[in-house]
Write a protein that binds this ligand. Structure first.
Ligand SMILES: [Zn+2]
Length: 332
């Protein structure tokens, strides 16, 4: 058809592209199975809502938010109480549903961890608590090393508490490596991460691939107590661990897309594994947190990006909505 333009434009040439993304993708609801949105700003939480987030799991376990070092049991309990305290107001203000994850992260050694385990048992009976975590063997601690045997006891017991309550565990599977430059001056740390790197300790796992070694330790602990792997959500899934998780376990995988500058994980990583293994056990999370340069819109962005990368509308719906809804019983 002739165009009344001054001279021919692109539109006057026959454009053969068959790519025609459905606008329905823009209204696809999604669930974030792992975020620390309680540490973000009001405006960040509003972004989640405006972008179509129907539900999220607020994870309260990280040592980043405890000011005292060494970290005492009561400091971690404060994190759990803080999120319980704010949950209802956050939901009411922003309209999305939330579930809580409470647990003991081994990224720093905790005094009196046994005491905390007893309290965790009681918190897990609350309706608002949908998961234990994030937790899991950590190769390197902040502030104070936590020898492997002690970490194993604490992680194993958290699996047992989750099993008693028929509750999933959000497993912190360490990222393969951090990208940083040799050129940085001493003391710069990792730009984008507000952490005092001088406090990083010597690793307790120091093989060729400590991240994978930590994951193998976690799987062994879960098997030791007969924990149902279908209730194990491996957060921070990446190219380093996804194959092991998909081929040798029944775990669910959740790829962290909130800070690809650190992990190298993008929608393309996710799409590759969905193409190869199907969408049944795969999810996407932001892991957004105030101590890191993180993107609260990472899941929303990945919806169209995954379509560009060849996933079907149904596969996308399954990984961003149905799987987290079923695994964590939120957003119903
Ligand atoms: Zn996290």
């Amino acid at each position: 058809m002739a165009h009344p333009t001054r001279r021919p434009t692109d539109a006057a040439h026959s454009l053969e592209s068959s790519y025609d993304p459905p606008a329905s993708l823009l209204n696809q609801p999604w669930i974030d199975p792992h975020t620390h949105a309680q540490t973000l700003s009001w405006r960040d939480r509003e972004q989640y809502a405006l972008a179509g987030c129907h539900a999220m799991v607020l994870v309260a376990s990280g040592y980043h938010w405890t000011p005292y070092k060494p970290v005492a049991a009561e400091n971690i309990q404060y994190l759990w109480d803080d999120v319980i305290n704010r949950q209802r107001a956050i939901e009411r203000e922003h309209c999305f549903d939330t579930g809580l994850a409470v647990g003991i992260h081994t990224g720093v050694r905790i005094d009196d961890a046994d005491e905390l385990l007893d309290r965790l048992r009681e918190y897990c009976r609350l309706d608002s608590v949908v998961a234990v975590g994030e937790t899991g063997i950590t190769p390197t601690q902040h502030v104070e090393r936590w020898p492997l045997e002690g970490q194993r006891d604490v992680v194993r017991e958290q699996f047992a508490i989750a099993a008693e309550n028929d509750c999933p565990v959000i497993l912190h599977t360490p990222a393969a490596s951090s990208t940083t430059s040799e050129l940085y001056r001493d003391g710069v740390g990792i730009p984008g991460f507000e952490r005092n790197d001088e406090l990083t300790q010597e690793p307790v796992l120091d093989g060729d691939n400590p991240a994978l070694q930590a994951l193998e330790e976690n799987i062994a602990l879960a098997r030791e107590i007969g924990f149902d792997e279908r209730q194990l959500i491996a957060s921070h899934a990446d190219a380093n661990n996804a194959e092991l998780l998909l081929e040798a376990t029944d775990c669910l995988l959740s790829f962290t897309l909130g800070y690809p500058w650190l992990t190298g994980v993008t929608a393309e990583t996710v799409a590759k594994f969905v193409h190869e293994y199907g969408p049944e056990r795969i999810m996407i999370e932001t892991d957004a947190a105030n101590v890191l340069d993180t993107d609260v819109l990472a899941i929303k962005r990945s919806i169209v990006e995954c379509y560009r990368l060849g996933l079907s509308v149904e596969e996308i719906e399954q990984i961003v909505y149905e799987n987290p809804q079923t695994a964590l019983s939120i957003g119903k």
